[in-house]
Design a protein around this ligand. Structure first.
Ligand SMILES: NC(=O)c1ccc[n+]([C@@H]2O[C@H](COP(=O)([O-])OP(=O)(O)OC[C@H]3O[C@@H](n4cnc5c(N)ncnc54)[C@H](O)[C@@H]3O)[C@@H](O)[C@H]2O)c1
Length: 271
């Protein structure tokens, strides 16, 4: 019995929605079960992408995928840990099996130590921080670049932080991981440009997500918030939608000439 071969990656696909900025693009969002990642997943889905929500929290990943499917279109949840090479390999395999290609990988999953003096952070916590925030970029390249090369291009979007550009005291080791994200983004961009693979980075300022009190290191009271707001010229915290809108720009083929950019989404904090 003969099987119909899949269409080549460059062929127009019949299931492509007629509207949206990311029609039928396939995007993986790590840490898509919460915060920025969840907002990015919703925004990409709204713009016509097929979104794969990769998260260590299986229930959160499935919740977001189900929410996307409930509004039409396709979405897949893949429970995985971004620090484990076999998990990243399975993520890529499952995405290819389901959607046939990968256009965008958003390296968003990240953690921080609580705001505290640098000498108080235990070694094991330091190691875990670098694994989640930095090694994940390495693994995304190891498993993602061969796919992008086969397809003739692709885009990495890495979520850094203003912490990697304008560090605050009390977050020193976290700041270092985000400095690495910025430099790795530029390194990926320059080395992979001949393969038409782009890499860009978003640097949000402190935001209203579950990580907020970890960054503040104090309870989220109006007085404590006011201290942080005083350092942000536009006078408010970052919202997940701010980051999702920036990610949309980098995923959109309209930004095909933009690579190695690190965009502050920070209300002016880094000026
Ligand atoms: N919230 C902020 O103020 C802020 C500011 C600047 C940058 N960032 C960065 O933005 C990114 C997202 O942060 P957020 O505030 O949305 O966080 P969040 O805690 O709301 O969401 C992070 C998600 O990543 C998942 N995750 C954590 N470790 C993982 C792992 N090893 N493997 C797979 N999934 C994992 C979690 O389960 C969670 O769903 C992080 O990289 C963070 O450093 C956050």
């Amino acid at each position: 019995m003969s099987q119909t071969p899949p269409p080549p990656a460059s062929a127009p696909r019949s299931d492509a929605p007629s509207s949206g900025r990311l029609p039928s693009l396939v995007a993986i969002v790590t840490g898509g079960g919460s915060g920025f990642g969840e907002a990015i997943a919703h925004t990409f889905h709204r713009e016509g992408a097929k979104v794969v929500i990769a998260d260590r929290n299986a229930a959160a990943a499935e919740r977001v995928a189900a929410a996307l499917r409930s509004t039409g279109g396709e979405a897949l949840a893949v429970p995985m840990d971004v620090t484990v090479s076999a998990d990243f390999a399975r993520l890529v395999d499952e995405t290819l099996k389901r959607f046939g290609r990968i256009d965008v990988i958003v390296n968003n999953a990240g953690i921080s130590h609580a705001n505290q003096p640098m000498l108080s952070v235990p070694e094991a916590e330091f190691d875990r921080l670098y694994q989640v925030n930095v090694k994940s970029i390495y693994l995304s390249a190891i498993h993602g670049v061969p796919v992008f090369r086969r397809q003739g291009g692709g885009a990495f979007i890495n979520i850094g932080s203003t912490a990697g550009v304008r560090p605050r005291p009390g977050l020193s080791w976290y700041n270092g991981t985000k400095g690495a994200v910025v430099l790795l983004t530029k390194s990926l961009a320059v080395e992979l440009a001949p393969d038409k693979i782009r890499a860009n980075c978003i640097n949000p300022v402190i935001a209203e997500t579950p990580l907020l009190t970890t960054f503040m290191g104090v309870p989220d009271t109006p007085e404590n918030r006011a201290r942080f707001l005083a350092t942000i010229p536009l006078g408010r915290l970052c919202q997940p939608a701010d980051v999702a809108n920036a990610a949309l720009f980098f995923a959109d083929p309209a930004s095909s000439f933009v690579t190695g950019s690190c965009l502050e989404v920070d209300g002016g904090r880094c000026i």
